[in-house]
Design a protein around this ligand. Structure first.
Ligand SMILES: CC(C)(COP(=O)(O)OP(=O)(O)OC[C@H]1O[C@@H](n2cnc3c(N)ncnc32)[C@H](O)[C@@H]1OP(=O)(O)O)[C@@H](O)C(=O)NCCC(=O)NCCS
Length: 162
């Protein structure tokens, strides 16, 4: 898998990766119907296109020439020292092979002014929390509204850089 910037041509494959990975990760927590509703909204082609157009952001994919194994999206806040890692998803068949860590390192290298990388993670998502803790993140708070419009509670994790 090599990591590169996503383009509009990738969006159908990115959406398929997100739908598959969301169902595998969250069906047991939220139920498949709620997962479908969220992913139809957050991961619609229109939403992904809007992400591609966001200023001060990085939209990355891991590609082996045949398929996408992972995607990540991060965007700076109004304070360029604080970057939000909005999405990091490795497809179920590609997990635990170092791809998530490689994408995270690429995100860290992509924002030279960044001092804090912040993300929100579902408290029941023990695999993701173990991954982030193994990569230098610590819990700094909680939100009642993961992603800004879901009404789902989540932990806030941060990594200090520089
Ligand atoms: C969380 C996720 C991004 C991790 O990516 P990955 O490519 O599978 O992880 P890596 O292979 O890079 O793992 C790096 C380290 O993280 C930790 N880790 C990863 N998966 C783990 C697991 N299932 N259990 C415990 N620790 C784990 C380990 O320390 C691992 O190092 P090691 O393999 O040398 O022991 C991936 O599992 C994923 O996409 N999960 C589903 C979607 C998701 O939850 N995304 C995050 C939303 S906030």
């Amino acid at each position: 898998m090599f990591i590169r910037t996503a383009s509009e041509r990738d969006l159908d494959a990115v959406r398929a990766l997100l739908v598959e990975t969301w169902h595998a990760t969250y069906d047991a927590i939220y139920g498949p119907e709620q997962v479908t509703a969220i992913t139809d909204d957050w991961h619609s082609i229109a939403s992904l296109k809007a992400q591609l157009a966001r200023p001060n952001s990085e939209f990355l994919v891991a590609d082996d020439g045949k398929r996408l194994g992972s995607m990540a999206f991060a965007a700076a806040t109004t304070d360029p020292k604080i970057v939000l890692l909005n999405q990091l998803y490795v497809s179920p068949g590609c997990q635990r092979q170092g791809i998530g860590r490689a994408l995270l390192e690429e995100v860290e290298a992509s924002f030279p002014e960044m001092r804090t990388l912040r993300l929100e993670v579902e408290e029941a998502n023990a695999v993701a929390i173990a991954f982030y803790e193994a990569n230098g993140f610590r819990t700094t708070g909680r939100t009642a509204d993961c992603g800004g419009s879901s009404g789902l509670p989540a932990l806030i994790l941060e990594k200090r850089l520089g």
